[in-house]
Write a protein that binds this ligand. Structure first.
Ligand code: PLP
Length: 600
């Protein structure tokens, strides 16, 4: 072979290799582009960017003047707000004295309390709120749909114990007691099972329509196991989850803010979107698609916490048929591509229908996770699944296993309380709770909304059966204050505030009427105190821009605001007098307005 031939062959080979590389790059770019199109426009949809930006958000807070006029409200409105705030503060400190005292003491050593306390309202207001409307995190008794605090105050419970309280606290007290009595002789023996586990498995198989069951200690662990099994059996790396959906706090399902390290093998896709189906249908690395059916209430939005309620942009709308249709399309593509479809029913399981979201939406999953209420009042996580997917070893590869253990899995006391819960669902009384369930809760929401509207209160309830969220109909920076008015009216919310109200199904019409009266009274008081002051320039967009400007100013000009003391009730932030209610805080980042000239 002469030089010319060798040269030509080499050149051709290089061209060939170059062409192949180019084709691969184009294909890669195309896949990358398809993935980008399947992301939700919001920062929640761009988890890496959100993490990076979150790290840049500077801390700053409002001084007392700005606290009451951060939306540019005029002085008379700010004064009304201040008076209302002081009234609430006095009420809190006199009515919840002992509960607040004990909470403050405990918070010094309970990191969870410090966290939840700091994140009840947007951070710019947080310290001022904490100082004057301190958190009261202790309760001593529950009865029916109420709980009472250490001062003997009675609250209607709309926290739902994070969703655990489905049948009413009295039911779970009984389930724990009766269950404990049934396994007392065995006691906390772990490893071997108490025989009643067999009935749990039988009932769970029947309810889920799936062949096998595994027990874990929490919903987070159940989700971890379901995803691990999907990866093991498909031999693929990635899990696809949907924007905003919560699946517990394990790193791979929480790839955005809150997780100190990135989750490299998670795709966060836009829910109810054709572009997403396209990605799922074309990528070869997706092991499973994880769905939290609660998102049907607010697709692509994160859990609606009041700490993020900086404006009135919170939206929710539940369209059962549209979501069922989405799940059907997802099901079809997962089946076609051999992708494991996981329903995470830790929250909604048993709340929407006896057979859970699978029955409610009419779509079957390959693996289903349950938790919360299923433990009969005790901690639990459960995976139900197809037999081939639940298997943790390979017959032909003895060393290739999918490991999952847990010291307290299948704890006899938990299995016994679960058994009480599952048996109850078999009784005629247990079955009746699902009769007309949606109709009852839709009608209750409708009637309350009618009252709110009739009184021109800018508050609206959106519900998915007994799971409610509060939306706000006029732009405002102060919607988060409603949680404090609701508490003053005797309603117990969870720490995320008005974003999630969860009712137990033992609420009678009379109980509910009392709650509705209190919601209206709270909103009325809040309106009278001027928090929902309106101005044409006060739009959600303008609010967000103003906050962005504040952040940029804070980053550019740093923490040069001098420290000074402000006092609740003082007519001016420049007051230097110190008293029991004074505390140090930095000066406002922009000069406080003594006389507001217009919104923002
Ligand atoms: C849908 C969903 N999955 C998983 C979890 C995590 O469960 P747990 O808090 O028991 O770990 C939750 C908790 O709220 C949840 O709502």
């Amino acid at each position: 072979m002469g030089f010319a031939t060798t040269w030509a062959t080499t050149t051709l080979a290089l061209y060939g290799a170059g062409g192949a590389a180019l084709a691969t790059s184009v294909a890669k770019l195309r896949r990358r582009f398809a993935l980008s199109k399947a992301k939700h426009r919001s920062l929640t949809g761009h988890v890496r960017l959100a993490r990076r930006l979150a790290a840049l958000v500077p801390f700053y807070e409002y001084d007392e003047v700005r606290f009451f006029s951060s939306d540019g409200a005029p002085a008379d409105i700010a004064d009304r707000r201040r008076a209302g705030f002081e009234r609430l503060s006095t009420l809190y400190k006199t009515r919840f004295t002992e509960t607040i005292r004990r909470t403050a003491e405990a918070a010094e050593s309970i990191s969870d309390l410090q966290f939840t306390d700091a994140y009840r309202v947007p951070f710019q207001y947080s310290r001022y709120v904490r100082a004057h409307l301190p958190s009261a995190a202790f309760m001593q008794k529950s009865a029916g749909v109420t709980v009472s605090d250490l001062d003997g105050n009675l609250f209607y419970d709309v926290s739902g114990s994070y969703g655990v309280n489905l049948l009413g606290y009295d039911f779970y007290k009984g389930a724990i007691e009766r269950g404990a009595a049934r396994v007392r002789e065995l006691g906390p023996v772990l490893g071997p099972y108490h025989p009643l586990i067999v009935e749990n498995v039988k009932l769970l198989k029947e309810i889920s329509g799936l062949a096998e069951v595994s027990f874990h200690m929490s919903g987070t662990e159940a989700v971890m196991q379901a995803v691990r099994l999907a990866r093991y059996h498909t031999r693929r790396s990635h899990l696809a989850r949907f924007c905003g959906a919560y699946h517990g706090w394990w790193g791979d399902v929480q790839p955005g803010i809150g997780n100190p390290v990135p989750a490299h093998e998670t795709y966060t896709l836009r829910e109810m979107a054709q572009d997403t189906l396209r990605v799922i249908a074309t990528r070869r690395d997706i092991a499973c698609v994880l769905v939290n059916p609660l998102q049907a209430l607010h697709p692509n939005a994160p859990a609606p916490s009041d700490s993020a309620l900086v404006d009135s942009a919170r939206r929710a709308h539940f369209d059962k048929d549209a979501y069922a249709d989405w799940l059907k399309r997802l099901r079809a593509i997962c089946t076609e591509r051999g992708i494991v479809l996981i329903f995470d029913e830790v929250f909604v399981g048993f709340r929407l229908a006896r057979g859970g979201a699978q029955d409610y939406f009419g779509v079957r999953a390959d693996l289903v996770t349950y938790g919360k209420t299923l433990g009969g009042g005790l901690p639990i996580g459960v995976v139900c699944g197809r037999a081939d997917l639940m298997k943790r070893f390979r017959d032909d590869r003895p060393a290739d296993i999918c490991f999952a253990r847990g010291t307290f899995n299948s704890h006899p006391y938990v299995m016994a309380a679960m058994n009480e819960f599952l048996r109850h669902l078999q009784t005629p009384q247990g079955r009746t709770i699902y009769r007309d369930l949606d109709a009852i809760w839709n009608e209750r929401a409708r009637r309350l909304n009618e009252r709110l509207q009739a009184e021109k209160l800018p508050v609206e309830i959106v519900n998915m059966s007994s799971i409610w969220t509060v939306c706000y109909r006029e732009p405002s920076r102060y919607n988060w204050m409603l949680q404090y008015y609701l508490r003053a009216e005797g309603l117990l919310l969870s720490w995320i505030g008005t974003g999630r109200l969860i009712f137990s199904l033992d609420y009678t019409d009379a109980d509910f009427a009392a709650v509705a009266d209190r919601v209206v009274a709270a909103a009325r008081a809040m309106q009278a105190d001027g928090w929902w002051w309106r101005h044409p320039a006060l739009t959600d967009r303008a609010i967000r821009r103003a906050i962005l400007r504040e952040m940029i100013a804070r980053r550019l000009f740093g923490g040069r605001g001098q420290w000074r003391h402000v006092r609740c009730g003082a007519s001016s932030a420049s007051s230097s007098s110190q008293s029991a209610t004074s505390w140090p805080m930095p000066g406002s980042i922009s000069s406080p307005r003594s006389k507001a000239s217009g919104a923002l």
